[in-house]
Write a protein that binds this ligand. Sequence first.
Ligand code: KIV
Ligand code: ZN
Length: 384
Amino acid sequence: MKCAEAITIFDTTLRDGEQMPDVTFSPNQKLELAIALQTLGIDVIEAGFAASSAEEFSAIELMAIQLKDTGICCLARALRQDIDIAAQAIRLAEHTRIHTFIATSDIHMQHKLKLEPQAVIDQAVSAVKHARNLCDEVQFSCEDASRSDFQFLCKIIEKAIDAGASIINIPDTVGYALPQEFGILVRGLIDSIPNADKATFSVHCHNDLGLATANSLAGIQSGARQVECTMNGLGERAGNAALEEIVMAIKTHSRQFPYATNIKTEHLVSCSKAVAAAANTQPQLNKAIVGKNAFRHESGIHQDGMLKHSQTYEIISPQSVGWAEHQLVMGKLSGRNALLNKMNKLNIILPSESDFDDYFHSVKRVAAEQQVCDNTLIRLSKKY
Ligand code: KIV
Ligand code: ZN
């Protein structure tokens, strides 16, 4: 049997995710989350940006010592000093990666870096060469790639690969890309850069237009074999591509995405909960896969369908991502079948069958005003 091609899942919850306003992880929280991410099956954990502070350095060092089943990556600007600190922080890891980056769009080069394009190439090349001597593998990112000149991207990436980068990351830093265009960009780079076959291409998408997952998937379909993401979509502004969405889209559409990941999907919910607790930020209720409502059904038509066959309204089984089961929620729009099902589960028996209609309507009246929990159903049944 032919094995499916692998997609590397690169998790940046502890680096880009922590860049979310009002989110900070202590070194111990980082270690706990890194262990949860390792259990989930993440291939490479971006542990942080060691040059940013002494505490960050220690947190990364701690993870590098403790985690043995996942690669440990540290971010560094394309500066010798950042790279030396990154290398020092991850030196004790089993598998080490330095991720160095520089901006490549005109707007960033002119206004932020204040550098000529050739100077940006020179800085990138010397950063990659320096990093190559200090770790197992070097990842190079062209920050703001989706708004960069295509020919310039080709040139800098070719030089970065020659200098020793074996992973080339194409970020949609400001979440500007559209899926089709982003796919064309990734394919175009892979097809045009003469030494592209010497590197794995990666995508890193932000969610400013709500397209981070779609863009990441388009990148994979165009040849990227590493995808960068965060648990719960944590990250700057509107966040990063959500790990759980990308992994479940690949799994659910295995014909369009004939790729294997190492993610043990039944750990997604527990990992999401651990990240939410440490970040002190719950995913939105209707967040795909890990939101509280992702497997809850309220309308009578849907509940009736669910009682007949769970695939009528669910494309993923809740257990496959770590929820105990789906739930039928009694609300204003709920139906009789769902109420009967709840009565069975709660062992509610009305004195006479003719009481059911009245009971059903009293439940709906309460549901129009407030949430109906199991205790409310029991209390209302006691009137009969
Ligand atoms: O969004 C971005 O461009 C980044 C880079 C550091 C890869 O996070
Ligand atoms: Zn980013």
